[in-house]
Write a protein that binds this ligand. Structure first.
Ligand code: 13P
Ligand code: SF4
Length: 370
């Protein structure tokens, strides 16, 4: 969807933090109940302090589906999350993303043309009626619409196992699928399938740049999981050496990582789960615990600040922010809120009706099963 970006006015770029905070406070108070600010856990504190609700991508999509009271939802997260919110909200609600450049490099690794082409190629070598597409939330609305049209569903890092189990079991409206095309994150797909007890040989990587994904006909026929060759540039930085170094420094420490990390890292971690799971794990830790976390640095820092009785550290000492999440900052938030007060809607995210209808099917399947 074409979006017209308006450059952030100079006055916001140069305003000192205290002034921006005061302007956000006043604009938020003026908009009152008409405004709902949602914040993903990877947001910076200067943004997160204003969020009416915080969550992982699953929790925020549920909030968007349930909260039909606010006219404006300012989504402090990335583009695919705001698109999903637009699909799930009521027609009178408008979703705004404070900076339209806040995308997701993983979501960009699968586009609709590539997925349609993959589907046609798979159909040439196997019974495509027995294949179910599952897309990670981190994907465009066009991909969610594709899976909605083909009987599949969306998943997030907190319900991927439930959704894969659903895909591979018979439902009232269809036979069990015997194959899943999972995109765009190969790691979430692999980690989940291995945790379900599948053999590594049952999951093959589909490379969209190569003919038939770089696989032989027989491999496509026999694989249970075709895992799209995509990854998160933030989470793939974590390596087993980081875990080993943490364990050497803290033999009694706990290692918890996000399932977008490689399987090698997940295999040596104590626990694996979504951002919300990581937060609950830290919240439940005994005082004095030392916890090494493999996820985005703004969340890890916030956890450390909010738990002075624990030692919470990032497994990667060189620190890994999600640069696109970081684009949402106090200047952009102040700008979109003050513009709303003036009656101007900036950076609205809209999904066209046809795409939204199919994407809603895939998102609502996830919400009803989770
Ligand atoms: P969650 O599903 O844990 O919110 O993760 C979203 C994400 O983008 C992680 O990189
Ligand atoms: Fe995308 Fe990775 Fe950033 Fe999550 S952390 S929004 S998957 S680039």
């Amino acid at each position: 969807m074409l979006q017209i970006t308006t450059a952030l006015p100079e006055e916001y770029r140069t305003a000192p933090p205290d002034e921006l905070a005061e302007r956000i406070r006043v604009a938020k108070a003026t908009l009152g109940e008409r405004l709902l600010i949602l914040g993903h856990h990877y947001q910076k504190d200067e943004v997160m302090r204003w969020a009416d609700a915080r969550g992982d991508s699953f929790g925020l999509s549920r909030l968007a589906a349930d909260r039909h009271d606010a006219d404006f939802i300012v989504f402090c997260g990335v583009h695919f999350m705001a698109e999903s919110a637009d699909v799930l909200t009521a027609p009178h609600q408008q979703v705004l993303l404070p900076d339209l450049a806040a995308g997701c490099s993983m979501a960009d690794m699968a586009d609709i043309d590539q997925v349609e082409a993959a589907w046609s190629e798979i159909a040439e070598v196997t019974d495509v009626e027995r294949v179910l597409p599952i897309t990670y939330m981190n994907s465009t609305a066009a991909l969610k619409a594709f899976v909605g049209r083909h009987g599949g569903a969306v998943c997030t890092s907190s319900n991927a196992r439930r959704m894969l189990e659903w895909a591979l079991s018979a439902q009232s409206d269809r036979r069990a699928a015997d194959k899943v095309l999972f995109f765009p994150d190969q790691h979430l797909g692999r980690n989940t399938a291995l945790a379900m007890g599948f053999e590594p040989s049952s999951m093959l990587v589909w490379d969209p740049r190569r003919s038939l994904g770089g696989l032989a006909d027989v491999e496509v026929k026999e694989a249970t999981f075709l895992l799209w060759k995509g990854h998160c540039s933030v989470h793939q930085r974590f390596r087993t050496e980081h875990v080993a170094a943490f364990r050497e420094a803290h033999p009694d420490g706990l290692v918890v990582v996000h399932p977008e990390c490689s399987h090698e890292v997940v295999a040596v971690a104590d626990l694996v789960g979504s951002t919300d799971f990581i937060i609950r794990t830290v919240d439940a830790a005994e005082p004095g615990s030392v916890i090494g976390v493999g996820t985005e640095i703004h969340l890890v820092k916030r956890l450390a600040d909010e738990h002075p009785g624990l030692s919470v550290e990032c497994l990667d000492p060189s620190v890994c922010p999600c640069t696109t999440m970081s684009r949402i900052d106090a200047p952009h938030l102040a700008w979109v809120l003050e513009e709303l007060v003036e009656g101007r809607v900036r950076n609205r995210i809209t999904v066209d009706d046809e795409t939204a209808a199919d994407a809603r099917v895939a998102l609502e399947r996830m919400l009803s099963i989770s």
